[in-house]
Design a protein around this ligand. Sequence first.
Ligand code: ADP
Length: 648
Amino acid sequence: MSSAEWEDDDPFEEQRDKIENPMKRLFLAYGRDYLPQVSVGIFASVFARLLDLLPPLMLGIAIDAVFYEDALFSEQIPLVILPDAWLPTGQTEQFWFTIAVIGAAFGIGAGFHWIRNWGFNAFAQNIQHDVRTDTYDKMQRLNMEFFSDKQTGEMMSILSNDVNRLERFLNDGMNSLFRLSVMVVGIGVLLFWINWQLALVALLPVPIIGGFTYLFIKIIQPKYAEVRSSVGKMNSRLENNLGGIQVIKSSNTEPYESDRVDDVSMDYFDANWDAITTRIKFFPALRVLAGIGFVLTFVIGGLWVFQDTPPGPFTGDLSVGMFVVFILYTQRFIWPMAQFGQIINMYQRARASSARIFGLMDEPSRLAEDPDAEDLTVGDGDVVYDDVSFGYDEETIVSDIDFAVEGGETLALVGPTGAGKSTVLKLLLRMYDVDEGSIRIDGQDVRDVTLKSLRRSIGYVGQSSYLFYGTIRENITYGTFEATDEEVREAAEAAEAHEFIKNLPEGYDTMVGERGVKLSGGQRQRVTIARAVLKDPDLLILDEATSDVDTETEMLIQRSLDRLTADRTTFAIAHRLSTIKDADTILVLEGGEIAERGTHDELLDNSGLYAHLWGVQAGEIDELPQEFIDRAQERTARLVEDAESDDD
Ligand code: ADP
């Protein structure tokens, strides 16, 4: 897939590229709150690892002192830090002393391991929770254009995959980082202390391993970025298709969609495979380097002990016990070095995820709220659109929209699909800001009031009445959470919904929505209307509220709507003109502009677009003038073009 196509799918790229150091930001923004947890984790981790180093060392000492009787405890280099008085002298005592130290190291070590795991897990889980909830909060405040189908997959991927990846690094990655650091530093110091010459041999491969790891990171970094991108794309495609499964089935495009999923999955496969092939070469190569160090140490140390004289340029003594310590430590030292690569790997992934998360968080909201914004106060509910123009992108979608609605009146918007009716009303809800002109409610510009108060004052009944998974009661009280049962019932009665709800298996407590009892379109619609009745807003928007129901249900809904709209400023969009013919004013939109305005009777007398649309709905198709049919054909052709270009 081309990069241009990806840019389309990746809404946060611009912000993400501006983020310089996402991990530093993560620690500063979120890590600080959990400093105690992570400090406890680090402290315990250091002690646990130091205790882990004790058994091999004690074993070496015991070999020399107890089994070979070469040296007393008090003469052993690693023990000289302890006062002589503490050290046993007899062979049996030394034997039991060794066992006691090793046993204590394991026992106390286990306690530290537990504390360490607690600390790092608490740190990681808390940050994960905070980052996820903050990201979600931010997501809810993004402009509506982010919620097109293509981008919800991307957001899901950030909220789940990326946040999880962070958690993995903060827990496992950091845990390993401290473990390995202590091992490497601790063992390094001990080896040099015991025999600096052999230590040099054992550590010979370290700089090579360092350089090699650096090279690996340089190569793998862009590959991981590619993997993350392709996952996002794949999720978007899958989500899009699941959402549109009905369309896919009904248009028989299963093979076509299977191919498209195959394509994105293949892109993911390729990106992943590319990263995998690099990674699986890296680790065996590291093992070889580590193995060389081990063999060298064994050869030189072995000869040293075995011939009882230092080989080649080496000088001094090496006892059997200390040789064993070297062998045990070298092995423990080299592998952690190799594992640094894995940690850096994890860090790189976490860094990419963190950049994606902050990319989303930094996305500016075009609808910035004025810091001095005051709450909207609605009196009569007069609404004025003053020469409003607006476009989602560069292209202007609605222009010169100019009208006034008096409090309590109903204004209907009619016109062909794509004329801009919904857009005009989204501007009232301030889903988007106008490009030119202004919208005022009782004299207050919608941009000057708080979004919360604005949306509280406006009720919205849309064409797709979405119900959340929950009980009917919860769906009705959604947004008016404190309503009493009595109020809920009254609202349902006003919405003509009480009768059918009463007959459901568990009445108001019946679970509905996804995974719940399936309600018909008309029933869902009435639940939504009940929600609006309960909210009792000052203004009401009905966006094709009766579009997909049968005539009988429409009559029921219409009755409930009449009650809801009485004495309330109402905006209604309707295809079925019969539902709005009593509106105080009807605006006919065409191509984003007001083509006609007036009452039903005035518009019929006008013989314009409205009169023709009315004619069509009354079944007078034969009497339509040719000019009207031509225009309709032109419009639908345009819509098809739009749809095709959207699809690309
Ligand atoms: P109507 O409600 O009259 O059917 P709309 O207001 O929904 O018309 O759409 C008007 C025009 O704006 C259409 O051409 C549509 O494709 C476009 N449009 C609607 N929503 C968006 C959006 N979120 N981003 C870009 N264009 C949009």
